[in-house]
Write a protein that binds this ligand. Structure first.
Ligand SMILES: NC(=O)c1ccc[n+]([C@@H]2O[C@H](COP(=O)([O-])OP(=O)(O)OC[C@H]3O[C@@H](n4cnc5c(N)ncnc54)[C@H](OP(=O)(O)O)[C@@H]3O)[C@@H](O)[C@H]2O)c1
Length: 301
């Protein structure tokens, strides 16, 4: 199968591309740069802010994975918040418009979203049927999912994936948590009680490819999270244990995080316990069923 991945040069796109290539699929990416992210992957240039896409990118493509968007791990200034939202809306719209005007063979469109869609809760476990929250990230997710819904008019499958916290040892939230722990300066954040719906990056790549390959999985929303969520305190302790470092500092109070990170502190303090039951009901199996095994694979002794 030929798969086109927007934002395919990033953390998630690289993991999916690598796995697709290893399974004999063909991969191309849509990027703001013409540089190929990896040997064997062709990059097609686009400029979503100007609705521009090199239409040769769609030739022979059977599935599209739309990941592109400006990182949320940047100061949430008014300008950056606008970019976080508009980059996702523009990218999705540019793809929808290209698919609408150009004949194509695309049968499946996977659109990224995030567990930030859900409201914060220290008790409730969220399923795909639950209503959204009202904070900035939730609004971004709602508008992103809404923009992608235009795909449903194009007679192809639309799978919207609410992605959890992707575990990787080089990029993303876990790598940021590991750094102070390695220097003996780690501690849980805020109350430490907030739920974190983790997923190992290889399991996330497998989940996306499983969804592509199983046409019986219908159009809809799926939580792309691991088999269970853990509290921040539990993840911090398990990570410190895997890194053989002590955790002796007090928790970093929420107000200190807000002073340092501003509004972006919301990303560290968010609490979402998220169910993976729906994707599992279609037969998806995890390689990493236990957090400890996922951490051991990322930080081998
Ligand atoms: N990582 C996580 O834990 C996580 C969790 C939930 C949801 N997500 C979502 O999943 C998507 C992929 O995540 P990721 O971790 O792989 O992100 P990433 O590493 O930041 O990669 C995102 C890609 O999007 C493209 N991009 C960046 N700014 C852009 C802009 N202004 N306009 C258009 N494209 C832009 C870049 O590709 P080029 O430079 O090649 O154009 C970049 O490689 C993101 O939208 C993210 O919000 C991630």
């Amino acid at each position: 199968m030929k798969v086109l991945i927007s934002g395919g040069s990033g953390l998630i796109g690289s993991a999916i591309s690598e796995k697709l290539l290893s399974e004999g699929h063909e991969v191309a990416v849509l990027s703001r740069s013409s540089k190929s992210p990896k040997q064997g992957i062709k990059a097609f240039v686009w400029d979503p802010a100007k609705s521009h896409l090199d239409e040769a990118a769609l030739e022979g493509v059977e599935a599209i994975i739309n990941l592109a968007g400006s990182t949320i791990a940047q100061p949430w200034t008014p300008h950056n918040k606008e970019l976080i939202l508009s980059s996702r809306i523009d990218s999705t719209r540019t793809l929808v418009e290209a698919l609408s005007r150009q004949e194509n063979q695309v049968h499946t469109f996977i659109n990224a979203s995030a567990v930030g869609y859900y409201p914060n809760s220290f008790e409730q476990e969220f399923t795909e049927a639950d209503p959204p929250g009202s904070d900035f990230l939730s609004i971004v997710c709602q508008k992103w999912e809404q923009e992608a819904s235009a795909i449903e008019n194009l007679s192809m499958r639309l799978l919207r994936m609410r992605i959890g916290i992707v575990l990787d040892n080089e990029e993303g939230a876990l790598a940021k948590m590991a750094l102070p722990i390695k220097f003996g300066l780690g501690s849980p954040l805020g109350s430490g009680k907030q739920w974190m719906p983790w997923i190992h990056k290889d399991d996330l790549a497998s989940l996306f490819i499983y969804a592509l390959e199983h046409s019986e999985i219908p159009t809809g929303v799926y939580n792309a999270v691991g088999p269970y969520s853990v509290r921040n305190e539990e993840l911090t302790k398990a990570l410190a244990k895997q890194l053989h470092r002590p955790l002796f500092l007090p928790k970093v109070p929420a107000f200190v995080l807000k002073l340092i990170l501003g509004e972006m502190a919301a990303t560290a303090l968010a609490s979402n316990k998220v169910s993976s039951a729906r994707i599992q009901s279609y037969g998806f199996k995890y390689q990493y069923n236990r957090l400890e095994d996922a951490l051991a694979a990322l930080y081998p002794n």
